[in-house]
Design a protein around this ligand. Structure first.
Ligand SMILES: Nc1ncnc2c1ncn2[C@@H]1O[C@H](COP(=O)(O)OP(=O)(O)OP(=O)(O)O)[C@@H](O)[C@H]1O
Length: 296
């Protein structure tokens, strides 16, 4: 097994008495795209800021590229790319000067690759960054995160303010990055933003990881609609393993089902006559929202 790109052990972060991150164990594999998803205030930025050594964990520790997040912070920053949620650029510098300045700090950045990224994102390099729109500033941030072809790219809300064409370019860049064996870790509130690129998603809520799933497994969940006789009772379905989000209306039952459909049908026909049936792939956003809502 190769060294994980990121690993955390019982990560805890308290702000005063408030515990924002409550013991997170994460393992991000080298060469994957990992989507770190959760609602506002769930603890995503706090976790990322601990990884980057911007803030110190209250307990636990983290390793990036096999290095200790605190002791080896300088080497880690040299080897990774980072797009923070609150991207701070020098507002009086133009985009061109900004790329030159940070490229110079890194040393030996491949200028033809930087030029390629600028073209792909159609970045405006002539304006001062303080005068750029949110999305156009974000493009500069993305180029800064990718321009040195880092082994690991960590991005906090990278899609913020990007129009669909730019998002498409961004997704392609992410796929190319992992095709080269490098790793991408990105946070978002919305599954739809990451489902096209992520191999796995981790869902964080109230400072806890509530699920880590392969995108393909999430896709395996089916949305099932049944028309039954006699009138169905919700409890008969809620008790079934793999059934979720059961809604009964008159003779109809709607549910999400994660399992073998044969087993579901067997359980249903034991009690009811099936008058009509349809099963379709669940809307991924729906599955994701179910994770948001489910009590632990
Ligand atoms: N410096 C701070 N001092 C006190 N509380 C903080 C601080 N930073 C964050 N918090 C709290 O910690 C919790 C987690 O915040 P965090 O920014 O990590 O969430 P998030 O998942 O990134 O949310 P969002 O999607 O809204 O950016 C929130 O309740 C927030 O109010």
């Amino acid at each position: 097994m190769s060294t994980p790109a990121i690993r955390t052990h019982g990560l805890v972060k308290r702000y005063g008495r408030f515990e924002a991150v409550k013991g997170i164990d994460l393992e991000i594999r080298a060469g994957e795209v990992f989507g770190f998803l959760g609602p506002n205030g769930a603890g995503k930025s706090t976790t990322i800021r601990v990884l980057l050594d911007e803030i110190r964990p209250t307990a636990g520790r983290a390793e990036l590229l096999g290095l200790d997040s605190r002791r080896d912070a300088v080497e880690i920053h040299r080897r990774i790319g980072y797009l923070p949620s609150d991207l701070a650029l020098y507002p009086k510098m133009t985009g061109r000067d900004t790329l030159r300045f940070f490229g110079g700090l890194r040393g030996g950045v491949d200028q033809s690759y930087v030029g390629e990224l600028v073209d792909r994102f159609d970045a405006d390099l002539d304006k001062r960054t303080g005068e750029l729109s949110t999305g156009n500033r974000q493009k500069i941030g993305l180029i800064l995160a990718f321009m040195h072809r880092p082994e690991l790219v960590i991005m906090d809300e990278p899609n913020a303010g990007l129009d669909p064409l730019v998002q498409h370019q961004f997704q392609q860049l992410v796929r190319e990055t992992v095709a080269e064996g490098r790793t991408v870790f990105l946070s978002s509130h919305t599954l739809s933003e990451v489902q096209r690129v992520a191999d796995r998603v981790g869902i964080i809520r109230d400072g806890h990881m509530v699920a880590v799933e392969d995108i393909d497994d999430l896709r395996a969940v089916r949305r099932v609609d049944l028309l039954l006789d006699p009138q169905p009772r919700a409890v008969d379905f809620e008790a079934l393993a793999g059934a979720r989000d059961v809604v009964v209306a008159d003779h109809r039952v709607h549910l999400s089902f994660d399992g073998e459909l044969g087993a579901l049908l067997e359980a249903v026909t034991a009690r009811y006559r099936i008058l009509d049936l349809s099963a379709s792939d669940a809307d991924l956003e729906e599955v994701f929202l179910a994770f948001y809502r489910d009590s632990r």
